[in-house]
Design a protein around this ligand. Structure first.
Ligand code: SF4
Ligand code: SF4
Length: 448
């Protein structure tokens, strides 16, 4: 049977899922954590603690700074050392709460028992959304958009389908794959909770066909629930892009500048869905996540449950140390991840992986003139002309870049991956996207 996929473009980078069979392991408690107050899209959270304050695991330490924002909780118990500006994965210094760890004392309200709690009958839609908001849940696939906002459907719109993103199409990363295998039942309860919040009777879990064990396990377990199905998808990058996934599963196209809800869809990642289960059924705020630490030269790669705020340097140390051949440390995967300036950067809610690549793979090759081969156009999943957007961005021709739909770039990196002339296409299309989006925003605000 032909597997579903998105129709335009796409590439097939080597998968390199070397940690796919490594079960999730609890990462040792760090001595000190650095918890940024902005780990999400939207306004930074407002700090509620001061130096010398004692905190417990799961305690609210910074409160959402608006509707599009997220609560921040302590991932450890101990004493607040100081408030400091430190680098995050984007390469900018941002405010963080530094906590010295002492023991591991959790808030009493958190249910730490391993038993499955599948009873969601008494919850109302409003209660679910509020619990998710209180728990500070954001999109854990990397987008970090506050989940309660996605669940608050604007007036006049209706959600027809919930799509759970279990694609994990980025090479190397396996955190979602392991969650689907190890927390299958909890995930399905999470799906049911999200369905209830959205008032939909249909949910599809999309998984790339390179994870047959997860497809089988989730598919079998889902049979006992009405309306939840698992869809195996063709292995093609970026199958996990929100717009690509919606197109593959529903056949509908999110319009330029539009949102999934414009075509009746809401998409949540597998990691987010598990966090929703923990928040709603176990009263557990989001203060830890699964991180894949990987790379061919890494001695002990693996999937770890890590407290937010743990320095990435400690993850690398635990995985056998930085290999001598290391050329780049990336937060995330090789296609969409961010190269880190230093490894003191802490794990945030959006940190799906830490990838160490050797020097020989990371050397920038000499940029050559465009030979008009058209490969970048052929692979762009958004149907853009990356070579053209690059030249418009070089010349800061933003009106023309908008006409060329630079704002629709999903920053997938496919164009750079195939360019035989090593042109920095993704860097420039991302730059153009951000400039054009800013101009569009200013125009919208001026109209108000
Ligand atoms: S990075 Fe943007 S322009 Fe390049 S292939 Fe992806 S969507 Fe297209
Ligand atoms: S892939 Fe590279 S060389 Fe080919 S058209 Fe695009 S920019 Fe030019």
């Amino acid at each position: 049977m032909k597997l579903k996929t998105f129709p335009k473009g796409g590439i097939h980078p080597p998968e390199k899922k070397i940690t796919a069979k490594k079960p999730i392991v609890d990462f040792p408690l760090p001595k000190r954590v650095y918890i940024h107050v902005q780990q999400h899209i939207g306004a930074p959270a407002k700090i509620l603690v001061k130096p010398k304050d004692k905190v417990k695991v799961g305690q609210l330490i910074a409160e959402a700074g608006g509707f599009v924002s997220a609560n921040i909780h302590s991932s450890v118990s101990g004493t607040v050392f100081k408030i400091q500006n430190i680098y995050d994965a984007t390469g900018y210094k941002k405010q963080a709460i530094v906590i010295d760890v002492d023991g591991d004392e959790w808030e009493e309200s958190i249910d730490r028992s391993p038993e499955l709690n599948a009873d969601i009958d008494n919850l109302t839609k409003e209660e679910i959304i509020d619990k998710i908001k209180q728990a500070g849940i954001v999109g854990l696939g990397g987008a970090t958009f506050p989940s309660h906002v996605k669940l608050s459907i604007p007036t006049g719109k209706k959600c027809d389908i919930l799509i759970i993103n279990g694609v994990e199409c980025e090479p190397y990363l396996t955190a979602d794959h392991r969650l689907m295998l190890e927390k299958t039942e909890e995930l399905l309860v999470g799906v049911r909770i999200l369905m209830k919040a959205l008032e939909v009777d249909r949910a599809v879990i999309g998984i790339e066909a390179n994870k047959p064990d997860a497809i089988e396990k989730l598919g079998k377990a889902a049979q006992k629930y009405n309306g939840i199905t698992v869809e195996a998808l063709e292995v093609k990058y970026p199958q996990g892009g929100e717009k690509q996934l919606i197109k593959a599963i529903t056949g509908k196209e999110v319009p330029s500048g539009g949102l999934p809800i414009d075509v009746g869809a809401v998409v949540h990642n597998v990691g987010t869905t598990f966090a929703v289960y923990e928040a709603v059924q176990k009263n557990k705020p989001l203060f830890e996540r699964i991180v894949t630490v990987t790379g061919e030269q890494v001695k002990a790669p693996g999937n770890f449950r890590v407290r937010i705020g743990t320095p990435i340097a400690e993850l690398i140390e635990q995985a056998g140390g930085l290999p001598k051949s290391a050329g780049k440390v990336i937060s995330g995967g090789p296609m969409m991840g961010k190269a880190l300036k230093n490894t003191d950067v802490p794990v945030g809610k959006g940190t799906s992986g830490v990838l160490i690549l050797p020097r020989k793979m990371t050397k920038r090759k000499e940029v050559q003139p465009c030979i008009r081969c058209g490969r970048c156009v052929n692979v762009c999943p958004q149907g853009l002309e990356p070579y053209l957007i690059l030249s418009l961005a070089e010349n800061k021709m933003w009106d023309e870049a908008e006409k060329a739909h630079a704002q629709d770039c999903i920053m997938c990196g496919s164009c750079s991956f195939v360019c035989p002339s090593n042109r920095p296409l993704a860097d420039y299309t991302t730059y153009a996207r951000s400039e054009v989006m800013n101009i569009m925003k200013q125009r919208r605000m001026a109209k108000k």
